[in-house]
Design a protein around this ligand. Structure first.
Ligand code: F3S
Length: 285
């Protein structure tokens, strides 16, 4: 019998699980105000999104379209939304179910408070990412985003301004520290709030630990998922026989025959049932 090590941190993080559960919960709510919309796909996983669509959930991808929703329920995903969108939905009188991850919500509050106090706010992260767009939307013209050393070198505003620095939750720790260091050297009075979430780094650390101990390692996740790709690279460094699969269908069990121990991890958007299916199958080999 093979030894199977399943990473505890495999799959959904706390915030994503909460948001997905929230949509399924609303679908079962008999008093629900229909239709049910989600602000963007609730998760970057086609299988889950399609399943929800088949149950009647409508994904709204365009902020403009949100303005036209005058009835039903709108579920805000873990990334959160800007204040403008929130206010618009409230004005429209729709039922809002806020599944914004509490860690992201905390950043919104920091940005709002710093803005009220007249401070400059720097958000370190990818300005095109929905989470960062949402975060910026709780401030005003005082908010700037940056993610490269060059951008940090080039910031240019009065040295008398107080500065609050926050981060996108999935930003890299080392890069964040480096960028803060560059800004600090410019002589600004900075208040740094490291808002990076541990879920990603915990998943990576655990994957590495498991990959070190096993003969084969399976990484489950979407083809285009960058965090799964990263997990794969980490595991591959420690274990030559690392396999990247999307679902059980992709698993070539012949490759595992000679392995006594097999590790399993999964990217942030991989549903539990897919992980369990793979795990069960491997245990039965
Ligand atoms: Fe997930 Fe929330 Fe962290 S959505 S990655 S637990 S900030």
């Amino acid at each position: 019998m093979k030894r199977v090590l399943l990473a505890k941190s495999a799959g959904f993080c706390f915030g994503v699980k909460r948001a997905v559960d929230c949509v399924y919960g609303e679908l079962e709510n008999p008093e629900e105000e229909l239709p049910i919309y989600t602000c963007g796909p609730i998760i970057h996983n086609e299988i889950v999104v399609k399943d929800l669509e088949s149950k009647g959930v409508i994904v709204i991808d365009d902020d403009e379209k949100l303005k036209d929703i005058k009835k039903g329920t709108v579920i805000l995903r873990s990334h959160g939304v800007s204040k403008k969108i929130y206010d618009q939905l409230q004005k429209n009188g729709v039922k809002i179910v806020d599944a914004t991850c509490p860690f992201v919500r905390k950043i919104h509050k920091i940005v709002m408070k710093a803005t009220e106090e007249g401070e400059r706010v720097i958000v370190i992260g990818d300005r095109k990412h929905a989470e960062v767009e949402g975060i910026c939307g709780w401030g005003g013209d005082n908010v700037i985003t940056l993610k490269t050393e060059e951008e940090a070198e080039n910031i240019c505003f009065s040295i008398d301004e107080k500065v609050t620095i926050v981060s996108q939750t999935t930003f890299n720790y080392k890069k964040f520290d480096k960028l803060v260091e560059i800004i600090a050297k410019k002589g600004y009075d900075i208040n740094v709030v490291n808002t990076i979430c541990n879920a990603t780094s915990d998943r990576q650390t655990e994957a590495r630990e498991i990959a070190k101990q096993v003969d084969s390692m399976i990484v489950i996740g979407g083809k285009h998922s960058s965090n799964t790709q990263k997990l794969y690279e980490i595991c591959k460094e420690e274990c030559d026989n690392t396999y990247y699969i999307q679902t059980l269908v992709d698993l070539d069990t012949r490759q595992l025959q000679s392995s006594d121990s097999i590790g399993i991890t999964a990217g942030a958007s991989t549903p539990k049932n897919i992980i369990e299916e793979v795990q069960l199958h491997v245990r039965e080999l």
